[in-house]
Write a protein that binds this ligand. Structure first.
Ligand code: CP
Length: 324
């Protein structure tokens, strides 16, 4: 059963996937995020709208960027923030995810931010929480990373608003990538001219990317591209260790180097969701070079997470009968 992400009042209630979020709501999040950006060197944006609300960050999988930015975003909006240490929580004693959620919900949590290695966990939580509670997907197995898709779209639009003219190449382990899937859902809604998925045949997807061009030849895949997004090999998602590509061989065949970048469009931008493996999918020179917008992705990620929390808070207020 599909979970409604938009409430009966038209508010963003849950953010589980970009697949069935329409362009209007995506643009609403990006516009709100843009309002939370401040100039380099200026203090970060702060707001008091989440005062009195509690956000719980439940990261059942490793994270630096998403976890830190959701925590900072909630604090900069004045929420009470709980960061559950999953290694010392009662999940380590066998407690189920839903019992953990019900326990925390009894402490009056309003929003759960959830990362999990299993497909369906954020939706399962969303299906079972109280009507006022929101669930925000912070990365779900290989299938969905909606705030990453939003920050990637926002970063591309900042640099190239003419998205319908762009050729975008995503290079790497597409098969195991929730980043690629969420980017696909965002970019296709904005009418990207061409989306190329580039990587070794065994790391290309077998379905779920209708209309994208699959390409195993990296030069063919990135030639003339306006945007190149490099992805790491997701070693943790391989079921057979022997199937993991050798990093040196992968770097030689697919790594993004200055030489390879030379065949992309003249003003191309280089993206990477992080964490990077320098010298494997991307060289240090490219990661730190003039085409790179990787740090800007991180900055935009902060703003997107503030926007998502701020918009979801309107649903909580609706349900509490308090005007937003
Ligand atoms: N891009 C991303 O999700 O990074 P983290 O795993 O560090 O959160």
């Amino acid at each position: 059963m599909t979970i409604a992400q938009i409430s009966a009042h038209g508010r963003l209630r849950h953010l589980l996937t970009l697949e069935d979020l329409d362009r209007e709501h995506i643009q609403m999040i990006i516009d709100r995020a843009s309002a939370y950006l401040t100039k380099v060197g200026q203090p970060p944006a702060h707001d008091t709208i989440l005062r009195g609300m509690t956000v719980a960050n439940l990261f059942f999988e490793a994270s630096t960027r998403t976890r830190a930015s959701f925590e900072l975003a909630a604090k900069r909006l004045n929420a009470d923030v709980l960061n559950l240490d999953v290694n010392t929580s009662s999940r380590a004693k066998g407690e189920s995810v839903m019992d953990t959620i019900f326990t925390l919900q009894a402490m009056q949590i309003d929003m759960f931010v959830v990362r999990d290695a299993s497909t369906g966990v954020p939706a399962e939580i969303a299906r079972n929480v109280e009507p006022h509670v929101c669930v925000l997907n912070a990365g779900e197995s290989e299938v969905s990373h909606p705030t990453q898709g939003l920050l990637d779209l926002m970063t591309i639009l900042e640099h190239r608003p003419d998205i319908e003219n762009l050729r975008i190449a995503i290079v790497g382990d597409i098969r195991h990538s929730r980043v690629a899937r969420s980017a696909y859902h965002a970019l296709t809604k904005y009418g990207v001219k061409e989306l190329r998925l580039v990587g070794p045949p065994e790391l290309l997807p077998d379905s779920s990317f209708d209309g994208a061009k699959l390409c195993s030849d990296v030069d063919e895949g990135i030639r003339g591209a306006d945007v190149v997004m490099a992805l790491r090999i997701q070693r943790e998602r391989f079921t057979e260790l022997g199937a993991i590509p050798d990093p040196q061989e992968y770097a030689r065949r697919y790594g993004l180097t200055p030489e390879r970048l030379a065949i992309t469009a003249p003003n191309s931008i280089v993206m990477h969701p992080g964490p990077m493996n320098r010298g494997v999918e991307i060289s240090g020179e490219v990661a730190d070079g003039p085409h790179s917008v990787i740090e800007r992705q991180v900055t935009n990620g902060m703003a997107v997470r503030m926007a998502v929390l701020a918009l979801a808070h309107e649903h909580v207020r609706d349900m509490q009968g308090i005007s937003a």
